[in-house]
Design a protein around this ligand. Structure first.
Ligand SMILES: Cc1cc2nc3c(=O)[nH]c(=O)nc-3n(C[C@H](O)[C@H](O)[C@H](O)COP(=O)(O)O)c2cc1C
Length: 232
């Protein structure tokens, strides 16, 4: 083989770049990382400065350590994965690291997922401002025509949010807001709701999974009688 020819199908071993921002719902992002790693898919995680605070406020997680490897290990511990087993698949980069691999299109990835995505980060990407690693990696993902999936979290959306979403959709991104599902049996608890969102994202990345039931594949749906017994 020519020494400069790539290995066959390098995308199969390429990582998914994951961005976690300061929107509420970082649990969805961490759950996503855990699912990818348990599927054996390498993950490169970038967290914005604000997301570190929101993650601590919402989940009590501390991302600590003297360097990026130590921070990656602290995240694996927080999400309940064995550090020795999963470290080879997991990289953490600081948001200031514009020299990190995901900042360049020459670095092969399966795409990028920003989950949850704040309106601030969405605006930065829509405006083409790559001044931190999350926004720069998203910009690179779009220019390389790889999947860019945003899980925007805000409600209600104002017209600036909506215009940014339209601009990003026109540029090739997919917008997957964490909307409630009412499919059985997933809709009954938070875990089912989160699995449903993650399943949508994995489908867009063409990664096979069993996170939720698919319409038409479930046993005969048995609507449950929700009595709404509490006064509203
Ligand atoms: C507890 C908490 C929850 C927040 N939730 C949201 C949210 O759901 N959506 C959003 O767009 N911003 C939210 N924000 C505001 C963002 O964190 C803020 O706009 C920040 O500058 C976003 O920066 P980043 O995109 O670099 O993470 C929240 C802030 C805090 C402290």
């Amino acid at each position: 083989m020519h020494p400069h020819l790539p290995a066959p199908n390098p995308a199969d071993t390429a990582p998914v770049v994951v961005g976690i921002t300061g929107a509420s719902g970082s649990i969805i992002g961490f759950r996503f990382i855990k699912v990818l790693l348990q599927l054996g898919i390498p993950v490169e995680l970038v967290m914005t400065e604000k997301s570190l605070q929101v993650t601590h406020d919402e989940l009590g997680y501390k991302v600590s350590g003297a360097n990026e490897a130590a921070k990656a290990a602290s995240i694996l511990t927080e999400i309940g994965l064995d550090v020795d087993t999963y470290s080879p698949l997991f990289r953490f980069y600081g948001n200031h690291r514009l020299d990190a691999p995901p900042a360049s299109g020459t670095h092969l990835t399966r795409g990028m997922v920003i989950i949850p995505c704040s309106m601030g980060t969405m605006g930065r990407i829509a405006a083409g401002i790559g001044d931190n690693l999350v926004a720069r990696s998203a910009d690179v993902t779009l220019k390389e025509n790889r999947p860019l999936i945003l899980v925007p979290r805000e409600s209600p959306f104002n017209q600036i949010h909506l215009k940014n979403m339209l601009a990003l959709s026109q540029a090739g991104a997919k917008l997957v807001p964490p909307m409630l599902t009412f499919y059985l049996p997933d809709f009954d608890d938070m875990d089912g709701q989160i699995r449903y969102v993650l399943g949508k994202v994995l489908d867009l990345l063409r990664i096979p999974h069993n996170l939720h039931t698919r319409w038409g594949q479930q046993e005969t749906p048995q609507p449950q009688r929700h009595a709404l017994s509490q006064p509203v």
